[in-house]
Ligand binder design. Structure first.
Ligand SMILES: [Zn+2]
Length: 525
């Protein structure tokens, strides 16, 4: 079976989706997770577009990836310009990535009406840009924008564009359906016509405007493509891109193609949910393979069939994609996940009393609205408490927060906190703008003299989600906090009807996680 190269554009095309934005730290964490999944190429963004993008490429030069190569995205040189001093081409070369992707026009209407140049100059722009980056030692992907529409209108010119990219030395020629309007039968018809051409390997890039992006990508593979592009969760411009969370299991588990990420398919579900938390988007429960409902069965007949033989009700074993079967009112759910999470603390199996205790705790907490897929540090503390391997950082007596506003001046919050730490009574105080920020500052004020390590912990992200909006102001909120000490990142969660209380839980979990996992260990050594 042929080898398929998997190219992820979550951090570039994926960020064109409405409501999607990631911080620089998010982007780095996402790139590392994509590398763990053994994605072959990670498109990092458009280095010329803004400083955050350029900084990502600088930061990634210090990150050692195990498998994936980072790719910088940019367009061909400007009409009648010189590729050698074109800002787009220079930005691509300066990004310092092993591979680059150059986008060029393949539809005559776009050449004439958008970049307003001649068809011949468009070919020159492509040739110069691709060949210059090849000479600079980069692996070069040539992205043929609107290839399928271009082919439908003027097949000869679209083919000329393909051949130009090929002659310029592009390593892969990527056929794009940029407006997402193609259906699989068109893809098949067009790609069959390319079969006789001697060209570099072909890739495909589909958008989902007809709901066919995954189907068209599979059609592309069946008709000669060996490189596929898509995004995690299918997020992208308008209706999104081909969804890698669906494509990868399809190519690895259904069609039996080879791809490096096939060994790591089980990482897909956690990655899908991790991205949802980072983007602050509620995960799509009905997403194939990785959605929470993909392997959920209501108690009763279906669950009964499952208990006899799972394959009678499920098209694959949920564990293959890292998902979990949920049977409502059953204690079977999630045991293997718990066993694997416990493995760092010793040998446990599904029958261990600790596993059952954790399942019960988890069920109750999930009912209250806690979610641990993107808050592993909080779950680690629950495990520690269950195993008797938890050392509390402090005892809280009380905290007080008072927000005030006078006239037109900005509002402020005054906070005081009273704690018992290592048998000593301590107090902290702070004045900041918001209540959560004030609570964090007052807590640090109290702890710092006793625990100087607190200074190393930075809160790098804070997200709030309303859980049951129908209850209006009495709704519960879930808070996620990401913390970092520059060597590690960890995530914690809190849930309450009070946003300060939810934040307190996530904050204290963050400090206690660090204390138990790093600080106490250091002292033992
Ligand atoms: Zn695209």
């Amino acid at each position: 079976m042929k080898q398929i190269v998997v190219y992820d554009t979550t951090l570039r095309d994926g960020m064109q989706g409405t409501g999607i934005s990631y911080t620089l730290e998010d982007k780095i964490q996402i790139a590392r997770k994509l590398d763990d999944l053994k994605i072959d190429y990670i498109e990092g963004g458009f280095p010329l577009s803004n400083e955050k993008e350029a900084q990502f490429f600088r930061e990634m030069q210090n990150q050692r990836l195990r498998h994936a190569k980072i790719v910088a995205f940019g367009s061909t040189r400007a009409p009648h310009g010189n590729a050698g001093n074109d800002p787009h081409i220079n930005a691509l070369a300066d990004a310092g990535t092993p591979a680059v992707i150059v986008v060029g026009k393949a539809w005559t209407a776009h050449v004439k009406q958008v970049i307003k140049t001649t068809l011949e100059e468009n070919l020159n722009m492509i040739f110069d840009s691709v060949s210059l980056l090849k000479k600079a030692g980069r692996e070069v992907f040539f992205d043929l924008e609107h290839f399928f529409d271009g082919y439908k209108e003027d097949p000869e010119y679209a083919l000329q564009v393909l051949k130009t990219g090929n002659e310029a030395g592009a390593d892969t020629l990527v056929l794009c359906d940029t407006n997402g309007g193609c259906i699989p039968s068109e893809v098949e018809r067009i790609m069959k016509r390319l079969a006789g051409e001697k060209l570099a390997p072909l890739g495909v890039h589909f958008h989902n405007d007809t709901g066919c992006a995954v189907a068209s990508t599979l059609t592309g593979i069946e008709n000669g493509a060996v490189h596929i592009q898509g995004t995690i969760n299918g997020w992208g411009e308008r209706c999104g891109n081909a969804n890698l969370c669906v494509l990868i299991p399809n190519i690895c588990l259904k069609l039996g193609y080879k791809a490096t990420c096939c060994e790591q398919v089980k990482r897909l579900t956690p990655l899908s949910r991790f991205l949802a938390e980072k983007a602050n988007i509620i995960p799509d429960r009905r997403q194939p393979y990785v959605g929470e409902a993909a392997f959920s069965h209501k108690a009763g007949q279906h669950a009964d069939v499952i208990s006899k033989a799972a394959y009678l009700m499920e098209h694959i074993d949920s564990a293959l994609v890292g998902n979990t079967r949920h049977i409502i009112l059953s204690e079977l759910a999630g045991k293997s996940t718990i066993v694997s999470k416990l493995s760092k603390y010793g040998k446990f199996d599904k029958a261990s009393a600790e596993v059952n205790e954790l399942i019960q705790k988890l069920k109750l907490l999930e009912q209250e609205g806690f979610e641990y897929e993107a808050a592993e540090a909080s779950f680690d503390l629950i495990i520690r408490k269950t195993l008797g391997r938890y050392t509390p950082l402090l005892d809280l007596h009380n905290y007080h927060l008072e927000s005030y506003k006078s006239g037109d001046a900005p509002s402020k919050t005054v906070g005081r906190i009273f704690l018992k730490v290592k048998g000593k009574e301590v107090m902290g105080a702070a004045v900041r703008v918001g209540p959560v920020e004030t609570l964090d500052a007052a807590l640090r004020d109290a702890l710092l003299p006793i625990f100087p390590f607190i200074n190393k912990i930075k809160l790098t992200d804070y997200k709030v989600r309303v859980l049951n909006p129908e209850k209006a102001s009495a709704a519960k909120v879930r808070v996620f906090i990401t913390s970092s000490d520059s060597d590690h990142d960890w995530d914690t969660v809190g849930v309450s009807e009070n946003i300060v209380e939810a934040s307190w839980q996530a904050l204290i979990d963050s400090f206690e996680y660090y204390y138990n996992n790093f600080e106490l260990k250091k002292k033992v050594k």
